[in-house]
Design a protein around this ligand. Structure first.
Ligand SMILES: Nc1ncnc2c1ncn2[C@@H]1O[C@H](COP(=O)(O)OP(=O)(O)OP(=O)(O)O)[C@@H](O)[C@H]1O
Ligand SMILES: [Mg+2]
Length: 261
């Protein structure tokens, strides 16, 4: 059990990710599905990387490999130079599903769950959970049940569940796709604040070009399956970004062109 790196406050040390010659093949009754083939990519420690790509191109397959939920068919995926061979506290995942929290636990208990087997005193755990809830803006909602929260707040609670264990990487698969436009915008702003406060490495998959250019240091557009990188778009714009900015729209157009729009 890895327990030693859990600090008593919200402290995060980002990690880097490297993917080399990655291939993922699924075998089903109709034959082989090559989801990813010959994919190389690096994510720097503390980077916020967004991935766009057509439906079914292999984005979630990549995220599931980085999360340790799936094994590569060949090639390697490493976190700080170590092969990813299963889920760990180093990398946490937030999915689109706003029902991901345990409905029978309060928000506080949901966040506390991640510290269950961690060797900290009760007081240290309480301090840690409270500072994490504060970091995501849910300090006044710890005693609420998940069903009493808005969809956006439930996503923030899911992020808190990852951050409380001092994860180095936050993997997000279309985390805001189920939210209405206004809530989604607020969540994007909040996520930037969280990223700036923690400097955690973030990989976010989205179908929204605006969301990718608004959030990331860099956006990758994937090709049709098997996933390869069609274009890499560095985004040097300072936060908060404006969707009406001319550079924002220039970058957006590059992404849209490679997505075939
Ligand atoms: N467990 C599985 N068994 C068989 N095929 C799978 C499995 N998981 C994914 N696939 C197939 O692999 C391909 C890539 O799927 P993946 O879920 O990675 O795509 P995606 O880019 O995340 O798509 P979306 O944008 O729709 O979420 C698809 O053709 C999918 O049907
Ligand atoms: Mg997917």
């Amino acid at each position: 059990m890895q327990t030693t790196f859990i600090s008593t406050t919200a402290a995060h040390v980002a990690a880097e990710i490297a993917v080399n010659d990655l291939r993922k093949v699924y075998r089903d009754s109709t034959g082989d599905v090559v989801a990813i083939d010959g994919l190389d990519l690096q994510i720097r420690a503390g980077e916020f990387l967004c991935i766009l790509g057509p439906s079914g191109c292999g984005k979630s397959s990549l995220l599931n490999i980085l999360a340790g939920f799936e094994a590569p068919s060949s090639g390697t995926a490493t976190l700080n130079g170590e092969p990813i061979d299963g889920p760990s506290r180093l990398q946490g995942v937030v999915f689109q599903d706003t029902a991901a929290l345990f409905p029978w636990l309060t928000v506080y208990e949901n966040v506390a769950f991640g510290l269950k087997n961690v060797k900290l005193s009760k007081a240290q755990k309480v301090a840690k959970i409270q500072s994490t809830l504060k970091l995501v803006g849910l300090q006044d909602f710890g005693e609420k049940w998940p069903h009493q929260l808005s969809g956006g707040m439930r996503q923030l609670a899911s992020i808190a569940r990852v951050l409380v264990t001092d994860s180095r990487v936050l993997l997000m698969d279309e985390p805001f796709a189920a939210l209405d436009a206004m809530t989604r915008q607020k969540m994007q702003q909040k996520l930037i604040e969280i990223w700036q406060a923690t400097n955690i490495t973030i990989l976010l998959i989205t179908h929204s070009v605006d969301e990718a250019i608004y959030l990331g240091n860099r956006t990758l557009v994937f090709t049709q399956r098997p996933a390869r990188i069609a274009v890499e778009i560095p985004v040097d714009l300072p936060h908060p970004r404006s969707v009406t900015d001319s550079e924002f729209n220039r970058l957006k157009l590059i992404a849209l062109t490679h997505l075939g729009f």
